[in-house]
Ligand binder design. Structure first.
Ligand code: FES
Length: 161
């Protein structure tokens, strides 16, 4: 799937470039801006950044793999971020995460083949009082149980059609 790079994004790249004395320092901010705009770091983005910063592809790819928040594939329509940090872990966050993996048949940072769901194991999302918690797109879900997750996934599946 190809993605066009908008004029706006190109201009942002130029602005960033002007802000750093060393070109390479603009690499991470550029990747974050690009992901914000199109949802992931596409091949076209990698190429454009290589050209703009005059960097070899391998260097850009290494940085993308290093930063867990950067993704190389589009997220699903519903992006499940399950917290397994301390407060959530103590109250079963890991089993919630495992349940999601099995139920959706995908691993961390993968997307279901129909593009409906993607999954990510995340650090604290600031909802510890409602642990174990998850965030799906912009909504928070708290005091989760495997049964609650099943119901949420079912209702989102129905909405996703
Ligand atoms: S530890 Fe899970 S939301 Fe804070």
């Amino acid at each position: 799937m190809g993605t066009m790079i908008s004029q706006q994004l190109k201009e942002r790249f130029q602005t960033l470039l002007g802000r750093y004395p060393v070109k390479r320092s603009a690499l991470v901010p550029m990747l974050l801006f690009a992901q914000d705009e199109i949802g992931y770091v596409s091949e076209e983005i990698v190429e454009e950044i290589c050209r703009t910063l005059d960097l070899p592809r391998i260097e850009v790819i290494e940085v993308v793999s290093y930063y867990t928040m950067l993704r190389r594939k589009p997220a699903g329509k519903f992006h499940l971020q399950v917290c397994t940090n301390v407060s959530c872990m103590l109250l079963g966050g890991e089993s919630i995460y495992d349940h999601c993996r099995k139920r959706l048949g995908i691993e961390n940072k993968q997307t279901t083949s129909d593009g409906t769901f993607s999954l990510e194991e995340v650090e604290c999302i600031g909802a510890c009082v409602g642990a174990p918690a998850a965030q799906i797109n912009y909504d928070f879900y708290e005091n989760l149980t495997p049964e609650k997750i099943d119901r949420i996934i079912e209702s989102l599946t129905a909405q996703g059609k």
